[in-house]
Design a protein around this ligand. Structure first.
Ligand SMILES: Cc1cc2nc3c(=O)[nH]c(=O)nc-3n(C[C@H](O)[C@H](O)[C@H](O)COP(=O)(O)OP(=O)(O)OC[C@H]3O[C@@H](n4cnc5c(N)ncnc54)[C@H](O)[C@@H]3O)c2cc1C
Length: 413
């Protein structure tokens, strides 16, 4: 099969890896507009359920991802005028650039051709292929060529957010809420390497305008945020990638759904097909799980139309609960001022139960584990469960499976 993937993000590269693993005879080309090693964004968080899936599908890239990831085993919640509290839970985070480097290298080892600095403007510019995968992100140009057919629907979130990085290394996933004269502004931060953390800032549009972010350029805007969050950043700077290209990175989240995901031999995958709010940190996970489902479907031996239909229905069913959770979660952050008068423990519990799904015992556990001894015991228990789950995963074979082509050349078209 000849397969063209438009977009070398996590979805496109991981799909290329899996489909090549399924059948080394496939000719797979990934077209990416950015130069090799260049991307937007900072670190992304993942959960252990994704790791299990990654190890099942390709233990080699999964081991590299696991080794490169920063691991953390609880959340910290800070808010002006309240004691710091803690939430149970663990996850891991990885620089987006590191993830893409791992996947691109793995794809190249398996014989995938990657064409960097190659921006596709029209479907007809692509060479003939049996399957074209539109994995060109939330603003997919390929999808926009057939907007009516796909039936895209976009809901724009109310809050403003900006995706920043910082050299301050947070010791764990941290939410920090600061009260300013213009209202509450908060961050979601987590470490992703030994010298970098992701730092996403969010606030209501009223607070955003009140703090004059609508008028400040990138340098003045980040300087203001550094001042607001100085105690959390330990005097370190915030970095806005957009400043380098003369803009500022403030955005409103766009929640995208599509009625249909395929059109002839063209199929949507990852953010081109759907987006979920970053408050539940699942967009990359869902994009990679799309890649797994699409690779499984096209490798099943069924006719392409049947395979694409199965891929779409499987993924829509799997996505539905997460999309509901992401919506509930983003709406909670739109109502932050409704909760900020709560005492510290109730406030952080409301934050953790923002999807409104927890049974009563979770609240009792939350209160109990604010003291050091029960909190340490809970962390040990969760860590033990995590490492026992890790031990059950398949080990990566150091040798490429037989039949795979020699390492491919990473080229420019
Ligand atoms: C603030 C923020 C925080 C986030 N945090 C997390 C998190 O913690 N965890 C998580 O799982 N997810 C997170 N996400 C979501 C995650 O970034 C996306 O869901 C994920 O990147 C989707 O992968 P993708 O491959 O579908 O698309 P993308 O990563 O957007 O990749 C698309 C690729 O296509 C390329 N491209 C686009 N157009 C063309 C063209 N015409 N020709 C050639 N190439 C093209 C782009 O350059 C890009 O490389 C976050 C998102 C935001 C906004």
């Amino acid at each position: 099969m000849r397969i063209n993937c438009v977009g070398g993000g996590p979805a496109g590269l991981y799909f290329a890896v899996l489909v090549k693993l399924a059948d080394p005879a496939h000719e797979v080309v990934v077209v990416e507009r950015n130069p090799a090693g260049v991307t937007y964004g900072w670190g992304v968080v993942f959960w252990d359920d994704l790791l299990d899936d990654l190890f099942r599908h390709d233990p080699v890239s999964a081991s590299r991802i696991w080794e490169a990831a920063a691991k953390w085993d609880e959340y910290e919640v800070r808010a002006t005028g309240k004691a710091t509290t803690h939430l149970a839970g663990y996850g891991f985070s990885l620089g987006r650039k590191i993830l893409l480097d791992i996947l691109a290298q793995r794809a190249a080892e398996l014989g995938v051709e990657i064409h960097y600095r190659d921006e596709l403007t029209d479907l007809s510019d692509l060479p003939e292929a049996d399957l074209v995968v539109a994995c060109d992100g939330a603003r997919s140009r390929l999808r926009e060529q057939f907007t009516e057919h796909f039936g895209a629907d976009i809901e724009t979130g109310r809050n403003k957010y900006i995706w920043l990085g910082t050299p301050h290394v947070f010791k764990t996933f941290t939410f920090g809420f600061e009260q300013t004269p213009a209202g509450w502004v908060w961050f979601h931060a987590y470490p992703f390497t030994a010298d970098r953390s992701t730092f996403i800032v969010e606030c209501s549009p009223e607070t955003w305008a009140g703090l004059e972010f609508d008028r400040l350029d990138a340098a003045a805007g980040t300087a203001k945020l550094e001042q607001i969050f100085a105690t959390h950043l330990n005097g370190q700077q915030l970095i806005d990638h957009r400043a380098e290209v003369g803009g500022t990175g403030w955005l409103n989240f766009r929640r995208l759904t599509n009625q249909r995901w395929d059109h002839g031999n063209l199929v949507l995958m990852g953010d081109a097909a759907h987006t979920t709010h970053f408050a539940i940190g699942s967009g990359t996970k869902l994009a990679m799980q799309d890649a797994m489902a699409l690779a499984d479907a096209v490798s099943s031996g069924d006719a392409l139309a049947v395979a694409l239909e199965r891929y779409e229905s499987t993924r829509k069913a799997a996505l539905a609960p997460l999309q509901r959770a992401a919506k509930a979660s983003s709406e909670w952050f739109e109502r932050v001022p409704d909760y900020t008068d709560l005492p510290a423990k109730q406030f952080s519990y409301a934050l953790s139960d923002r999807r409104g799904e927890y049974p009563m015992w979770r609240y009792l556990l939350h209160v109990a584990t604010q003291s050091t001894v029960p909190r340490t015991l809970l962390r040990w228990t969760l860590s033990a469960r995590r490492w026992s789950r890790a031990r059950r995963r398949p080990l990566a074979s150091p040798i490429a499976p037989a039949g795979h082509s020699a390492p491919a050349v990473v080229t420019s078209r």
